[in-house]
Design a protein around this ligand. Structure first.
Ligand code: ADP
Ligand code: ASP
Ligand code: MG
Length: 409
């Protein structure tokens, strides 16, 4: 008998038929004798619909009230799945985040889980029931409803698995595992049998939304056995996220390619080249809670220099306004912006032992005439910022150049 946490994403519970399909799968595992905790997302499109609804009432809703609204999608699916299970004769009980007591901080719309009281879940499991928990939501110390950021049901699943010491956390989605890149963009992408936590963390933080980054952090920290699988296939091992690199296998240099199309670039031209200038430019941006990603300061000439950085596209207008406000104070000649940027990143622990990866990446892009506007690196990733219109081409040619296409396997 095993204790399993399974999380099903929005597409997997997107209509009544699919909810019944999930119920059948759960009932089958339950009948084998496994103890099952199920975490659900809202039906696909529902969270977006709720956000749009809120924005129709208020362009800048109070984050507390926004969470009250956008957390409701998950309450619908957990109730429906329990009904479907009961119809099949399986005892089931649903819990909202607050009912479990998934305690979070009070950062509405991006709350962090602080503690989970697994008591009532354990009691129901021991009583033979399937426990169904709403993903994406919790409560703060004062009892306010909070949500965990987009894709947050993954994190609910892994955090619950850690709290109740589950044998495995299975993330069921609409693809059958983690691929070398998004299979919807590159049909030649290959499913990976395993990927290391380190690599998965980079992939998630650089735009592969197959797992929310916090779920990967949780799994690494609490040693949760984490697997990504398809809810539409009966068989298959999916992808296991592993702590160790498989020493028996020859490591590929690059394990995957991540990308994010929602980037924007801001350039501050002709600022005085003197100490403190980076702080004067980025300080007000950070104070407004805008995340800055890549940064470049050019070599100065005539006592002035140019300074560029990228932000998430939804923050672009806010960041531009702030800089236009301080332009004369910092003595900048001009502020330029480009809201249609994208970031492409190659990720792999094999990079550590293989020189020349960056040059191969740059040559590949150059051969397609794709201009690299910014570069940033870490030990196991290289990211470039490019014009968004070349994004798909860039991902495809890099995928081929690093031998990731299916035919190369
Ligand atoms: P869910 O609703 O089940 O949480 P998501 O849409 O959040 O599903 O995540 C699954 C999607 O992630 C896939 O449909 C795929 O398009 C996308 N994706 C992006 N990068 C990858 C990757 N490297 N491997 C697999 N899927 C990826
Ligand atoms: N429903 C939430 C979202 O769409 C959480 C999730 O699906 O993981 O972001
Ligand atoms: Mg998701």
């Amino acid at each position: 008998m095993a204790l399993i946490v399974q999380k099903y994403g929005g597409t997997s519970v997107g209509n009544p038929e699919r909810i019944k399909n999930v119920a059948r799968r759960v009932a089958k595992s339950h009948a084998k004798g496994d103890q099952m905790v199920i975490v659900l997302s809202a039906m696909s499109g529902e969270t977006n619909r709720l956000i749009a609804l809120a924005k129709e009432i208020s362009p800048n809703p109070s984050p507390r009230e926004l969470d009250v609204v956008i957390s409701t999608g998950e309450q619908v699916t957990i109730g429906l799945l329990c009904m479907a299970l009961e119809e099949m004769g399986v005892k089931a009980r649903s819990y909202t985040g607050g009912q479990v007591r998934i305690l979070t901080d009070d950062s509405f719309t991006k709350a962090r889980i602080l503690d989970i009281d697994g008591e009532n879940i354990r009691r129901d499991l021991d009583g033979g029931a399937v426990v169904v928990v709403a993903g994406f939501q919790g409560v703060d110390e004062a009892g306010n409803i909070t949500t965990l950021g987009r894709g947050g049901s993954d994190t609910t699943g892994v955090a619950l698995a850690a709290a109740i010491k589950a044998d495995e956390c299975q993330i069921y989605t609409d693809v059958d595992g983690v691929y070398t890149t998004d299979p919807r963009v590159v049909p030649e992408a290959r499913k990976l049998d395993t990927i290391t936590f380190e690599e998965m963390l980079e992939m998630a933080s650089l735009g592969s939304k197959v797992l929310q980054i916090r779920s990967v952090e949780f799994a690494g920290k609490y040693k949760v056995k984490l697997r990504v699988l398809s809810s539409f296939q009966e068989e298959g091992e999916g992808t296991l996220i592993t702590v160790e690199e498989d020493k028996n296998m020859e490591q590929p240099i690059i394990s995957g390619i991540a990308f994010n199309r929602d980037e924007a670039k801001i350039t501050v031209l002709g600022v005085p080249d003197k100490p403190g200038i980076a702080y004067q430019i980025l300080g007000p941006v950070a104070d407004a809670n805008v995340d800055v990603d890549m940064i470049i300061q050019n070599v100065g000439h005539d006592g002035t220099t140019d300074f560029s950085f990228t932000v998430n596209r939804p923050d672009y207008d806010k960041a531009m306004k702030i800089l236009e406000g301080v332009q004369s104070h910092i003595g900048a000649r001009q502020i330029q912006g480009d809201r249609t940027m994208a970031k492409v990143s190659i990720v792999g622990v094999g990079m550590r032992s293989h020189p020349g990866v960056a040059s191969r990446m740059f040559r590949t892009l150059a051969e397609e005439g794709i201009n690299i506007q910014m570069i940033s690196t870490s030990e196991i990733k290289i990211s470039v910022a490019i014009d968004e219109k070349y994004l798909e081409l860039a991902v495809r040619v890099l995928h081929r150049a690093f031998g990731l296409d299916q035919a190369a396997a």
